[in-house]
Design a protein around this ligand. Structure first.
Ligand code: PLP
Length: 473
């Protein structure tokens, strides 16, 4: 123990490091406080390592106590501290709308719009003709009504906020009638019954889990009813012996009792999904056409734009929402509006939308192309990686994600990588800690790189990251 004390005594003091030339430079670049914090951390680490190490290790000088070494560690600490925490990653998981990885990538035009609006003052809330205060919603209202056929439109922070606002503005202290099979929970703790409670509306469930009829709704309508709600069961399906009420019939019922019919579409798409061989999903236009008074959907799921909650429908009801105090709380910012306007404009020409909007483009990559890309990627990896790694190409399936099309699997090709004596989890961890971080699927102790969600310009970085990984010798 005595000998360990000797090593501990060798640890330099904070002031010893502070007196060096390099630290002076670091203080200029970062800040005195941050540099001192770095020095303290490095010294504390060293002390801990000496206390934990056995004497033999210390005698062999396996633990560096030299000032020069410690300064290097301080520098690394500062580099780590000043790099962004929110950073781009390579998504090799094959999940297109990956909520944890930021959902949708923006189209080129949307990227440009954000860039432009972020570096200038803008017409955010100004009417150019009168010079008076305008509305921030005016920038997307016309394009949204044009594309969906609705009378009016409003955009808020996200779809969860859109649903909360609709319920708060149209049904606080009133009853909301909804089918029992539609009490959806989606990721991130959004549950329809809880949102309803938050809004002050009272939930009235009708029907059974698998079946609901129009007469169930009609029987539940009283003086207290505020609206009829339909929620798209976006992330699950009730299969087998089932019955739902068509939106068209629900809308007629609403009209008969002068009650608004609100539909939460979840993902919300503007194009026909059957064109890609997917199952039919109601489009926003369909819902408006079938008489929904208010439809809400996300901006960053199948639409492929920025995070936003889009509300379209009858002006009478949207005016109530615009005037509600909660609308100010869930207001969207100018970057969202800029990106959303640009994204929506791509939809004027659906062919263009398929090409320009990354979410739609990734859905539509032909299998041949994925196979070819997988072959090239495998070859490029083979050239830089040691022979302890096994590589193969496999046919597999990608997922759409974001709670959209939960049952659909998109045929894809993946590069499968495994190591003779290192587990897949361990390799995956190294890749996550790479710059840029790389996220993969793991299946049967192998890493799968799904070519569908890897962008072309990311392939060299992916190969470079694998080049740096070594295990064993
Ligand atoms: C995704 C989803 C939401 C929430 O949308 P966010 O934009 O993530 O807030 C609400 N309802 C349904 C049915 C959904 O699928």
């Amino acid at each position: 123990m005595k000998e360990k004390q000797e090593y501990l005594r060798k640890i330099p003091a904070v002031n010893d490091l502070l007196a060096t030339e390099l630290v002076n430079e670091l203080v200029d670049r970062y800040s005195h406080e941050l540099v001192v914090a770095g020095i303290r951390e490095v010294i504390d680490n060293l002390r801990e390592r000496i206390l934990e190490a056995d004497l033999e290790k210390l005698q062999n000088e396996e633990i560096e106590i030299e000032i020069e070494q410690l300064l290097k560690q301080v520098k690394q600490f500062l580099i780590n501290k000043s790099s962004s925490s929110l950073m781009p990653v390579i998504n090799a998981t094959g999940v297109i709308i990956h909520t944890n990885l930021g959902r949708s990538l923006l189209s080129k035009s949307a990227q440009k719009a954000v860039q432009r609006i972020s570096s200038h003052y803008s017409t955010l809330e100004i009417d150019r003709e009168s010079g008076k205060r305008g509305s921030r919603y005016s920038h997307v209202r016309d394009i949204l009504t044009e594309l969906t056929g609705a009378e009016d439109a409003l955009v808020v922070n996200n779809n969860a906020a859109a649903v909360l606002l609709a319920l708060s503005a149209l049904a606080a202290d009133k009853e909301v009638v909804i089918a029992r099979g539609q009490l959806v929970e989606i990721g991130g703790s959004f549950r329809i019954p809880e949102v309803m409670e938050q809004s002050g509306a009272k939930l009235v469930e009708v029907g059974s889990t698998n079946k609901v009829y129009l007469k169930d709704y009609e029987r539940a309508i009283t003086e207290e009813t505020g609206l009829l709600l339909k929620v798209h069961t976006s992330n699950y399906r009730v299969m087998g012996f089932t019955k739902e009420v068509e939106l068209e019939d629900l809308s007629k019922l609403g009209a008969k009792y002068e009650l608004p019919v609100v539909e939460d579409l979840g993902s919300g798409i503007l194009v026909d999904s059957t064109l890609w061989g997917l199952s039919y999903e109601p489009t926003v236009q369909d819902s408006i056409g079938q008489g929904a008074d208010v439809v809400t959907f996300s901006g960053d799921k199948m639409l492929g734009g920025p995070q936003a909650g889009i509300i379209v429908g009858n002006k009478k009801y949207l005016d109530k929402m615009k005037r509600h105090p909660l609308n100010r709380v869930v207001r969207v910012d100018k970057f969202t509006l800029a990106a959303l306007e640009a994204t929506l404009k791509e939809y004027r020409n659906s062919k263009r939308a398929y090409q320009e909007i990354p979410t739609l483009r990734m859905l539509n990559i032909p299998e041949d192309e994925l196979k070819e890309k997988a072959a090239t990627l495998m070859q490029n990896i083979r050239e830089v990686i040691s022979s302890d790694f096994n590589l193969a190409i496999r046919k597999d399936s990608s997922q759409i994600g974001g709670g959209a099309f939960p049952l659909e699997k998109l045929p894809t090709y993946v590069v499968e990588l495994s190591h003779n004596n290192t587990g897949a989890e361990k390799i995956a961890e190294k890749l996550r800690l790479n710059t840029p971080p790389i996220f993969t699927r793991i299946y049967s102790n192998a890493l799968l790189f799904d070519l569908r969600t890897i962008q072309d310009n990311e392939l060299p970085e992916l190969v470079a990251a694998l080049k740096n990984i070594t295990y064993g010798n």
